[in-house]
Write a protein that binds this ligand. Structure first.
Ligand code: S3P
Length: 448
């Protein structure tokens, strides 16, 4: 446990380099560890979740290492040639590692056992075991599709056309990754567009992916099994989900002026910025360009301390699925009511984010209503009082969101455990404090 406290900060100023995108970093290691030849990755996120992926790929035969120059180099095993891991794969806190690697293993004639921490062991895996079983792999899980999970993969993966029952890039990716070794075509149909980094990066590694828009507007994404991936050089842009924390902190404090360079602004990830701008935020996208097949820009954020409540369209949820905790913080300081709907997936993230945010904000004195899949927050234009201790439930984004709230409350906000922040944003405290925040370890003075 690593209790943290966040106190009222001065206006934020300066420029801060946000670590590499988590989704892209996982995939860069998986594809690099699978491809023929060398892959060189710059800007990789060195957070615990991504390291779990690196260690698992190593345990299955890939050569993956970090040079003194900060570059990660992979020598892949070749599609179809993953080795059976000798021990349980420890996925830590990482749902992305578990579900995507679950798909990869399903398409190889090897067995593997996966487990993880107390948060990951509560999360549903049947969303991947169902389609992957239809494709020919065999799974054993605890009741409710929970980890530990035993996978018996196959080199006879069947063609499938699968319509996603939930809007999930992890499930889509698991099926496409199993499809790399299939006997023919594997197609995933998604009614709601979810992040498409798997599709983009497969192209970068030389694997054709076909995307067709169907008559009903859904998208059909197809891979054909049996093609090798080719190693490449890959530059990971900065993570828009991590950038949202200093961004909201700056917006809530009048007089703030910060720049966050090189942020990935893939349109299926950038919903938080559209939403904040609708709330009245001053966010400029400067130097828009392409990097590693993704749109990136430098974010220039000026804080006025004045945001307005809005209705967030449910159709936007997938493009900001990880940002609702920090958005909830922003809405609690905004002027007026914000209605957020279509949030059922928040209940199966690292924690039940809907319940944990509602409970924590209510404890801070915020007026709100929570439904099965909705949250309505009534802001009065002034930050809530604070002076509370919040349980983070092994959830990095809950931890960071409440640290952001503490930068504007009259009384400090404390969290019981900031350790999960290391999964996705290892230098969060240092970076926020360099911008002007005051986040400290409760028992040990100022954090570096
Ligand atoms: C991710 C997809 C999302 C997201 C997660 C990362 C990915 O999960 O919440 O943090 O990298 O594919 P779902 O696909 O379950 O929505």
């Amino acid at each position: 446990m690593r209790p943290l406290e966040s106190k009222t900060s001065s206006p934020l100023s300066g420029s801060a380099r946000i670590p590499g995108d988590k989704s892209i970093s996982h995939r860069a290691l998986m594809f690099g560890g699978l491809a023929q030849g060398e892959t060189i990755i710059s800007g990789l996120l060195e957070g615990e979740d991504v390291i779990a992926t690196a260690l698992a790929m190593r345990a299955m035969g890939a050569k993956i290492g970090r040079g003194d120059d900060g570059l990660w180099r992979c020598e892949g095993v070749g599609v179809g040639f993953l080795k059976e891991p000798e021990d349980v794969l420890n996925m830590g806190n990482s749902g992305t590692s578990t579900r995507l690697l679950g798909g990869l293993i399903a398409g190889h004639a090897i067995s593997a056992v996966m487990s993880g921490d107390g948060s990951l062991r509560k999360r549903p895996m049947n969303r991947i075991t169902k389609p992957l079983s239809e494709m020919g792999a065999t799974f054993m899980t605890r009741t409710g599709g929970r980890l530990p999970m035993m996978i018996q993969g196959t080199d006879q993966i069947k063609s499938i056309e699968y319509r996603l029952p939930v809007a999930s890039a992890q499930v889509k990716s698991a099926i496409l990754l199993a499809g790399l070794t299939a006997q023919g075509d594997v197609t995933v149909i998604e009614d709601t567009p979810t992040r498409d980094h798997t599709e983009n990066m497969l192209q970068a590694f030389g694997h054709g992916v076909r995307v067709v828009t169907l008559e009903d507007g859904a998208q059909a994404i197809t891979v054909t099994g049996g093609t090798q991936l080719q190693g490449c050089s890959f530059d990971v842009p900065s993570d828009p989900s991590s950038a949202a924390f200093p961004c909201v902190a700056a917006l809530l404090r009048e007089g703030s002026d910060i720049t966050l360079p090189n942020i990935c602004l893939n349109e299926r990830r950038a919903g938080i910025y559209t939403t904040l701008i609708e709330m009245g935020a001053d966010i400029k996208f400067e130097n828009e360009r392409m990097q590693g097949g993704e749109k990136v820009a430098d974010l220039h954020i000026r804080g006025t301390g004045a945001l307005n409540g809005i209705d967030v369209p449910a159709s936007r949820v997938a493009s900001m699925i990880d940002e609702f905790p920090v958005l909830a913080v922003a809405t609690s300081c905004a002027n007026g009511t914000t209605r957020m709907t279509g949030l059922e997936e928040l209940r199966v993230k690292e924690s039940d984010r809907l319940a944990v945010m509602a409970e924590g904000l209510a404890k801070c004195g915020v007026r709100l209503e929570m439904g099965e899949d909705s949250l309505t927050v009534h802001g009065n234009g002034t930050p809530p009082q604070g002076g509370v201790n919040i349980e983070t439930h092994l959830d990095h984004r809950i931890a960071m969101s409440f640290m952001v709230l503490g930068t504007v409350t009259a009384q400090p906000v404390r969290i019981d455990d900031g350790a999960p922040i290391l999964t996705s944003f290892p230098n969060f405290i240092e970076l926020m404090n360099d911008l002007g925040c005051e986040i400290t370890e409760i028992n040990g003075g100022a954090c570096k």
